[in-house]
Ligand binder design. Sequence first.
Ligand code: G3P
Ligand code: CA
Length: 271
Amino acid sequence: MTHRLAAVAAVLFLQCAAMGQQIVAHRGASFDAPENTLASFRLAWEQGADAIEGDFYLTSDGQIVCMHDKTTKRTTNADLPVAASTFEQLRALDAGSWKDPRYAGEQIPTLDEVLATVPPDKYILIEIKSGPEILPALKQSLDRAGLEPWQTRIICFKQEVITAVKQQLPELAAVWLSSYKQDEQTGAWTPTIDTVVETIQRLDADGFGSKAEDAVVDEAFVARLRQMDLHLNAWTVDEPEQFARYQQLGFDTITTNRPGFIKQLMAQAGQ
Ligand code: G3P
Ligand code: CA
């Protein structure tokens, strides 16, 4: 352990001994393995993650696949629009080589395959990148997987998807996501905490997933959120100092590309 890690671990121990935050592996253990692949999710479990997070689209022929971007350009060997492609077209791609040659041949997984990796005592955050049209196929996939309701949380930026999840999958937690934009002229950030609170209440969301935007998310911001009965998640936190910050702010779960590294920090801090 380096001196820097030891110092951060000590701070974490003093600040956060009883906080018990859970660690969510962002697109799997995506710092080390190609994001949103079975290799990445399996590595996340090996690294001790409490949960995995993955991004999901409905294909043109009604399958659900795990992919972050609208196209396959960045993370495969071809450039296809995900929602307008068939499963067969997408499945033929190499989703591993871009990260490292040792992952050559890694395929884009289905939601069924990702769900099958979830151990009985762990859970998954399913980020919906499509619109509400994905929900019937999602429900079928969840029925096939047979996970307990607590093992699945639906997360999404799109408000209409959260509303549809509350209607069509009421047994699952629905978590609204938001990032923040700063006006170049005024320096003001949006959405404001008032808008965030109003949106969560209107959607009847069970949780809020906040971008870890240090200029926006502070104690006052979190205090307003804590006035509601909400699960609070922060994403995406990879550095020790920022992790300590979001622990201290009291987030219930913290999402990271480096679950093994963060879990090591927590272990060194006695957590
Ligand atoms: O967990 C939420 C986070 O994944 C949202 O951002 O762009 O990584 O899907 P993005
Ligand atoms: Ca995501």
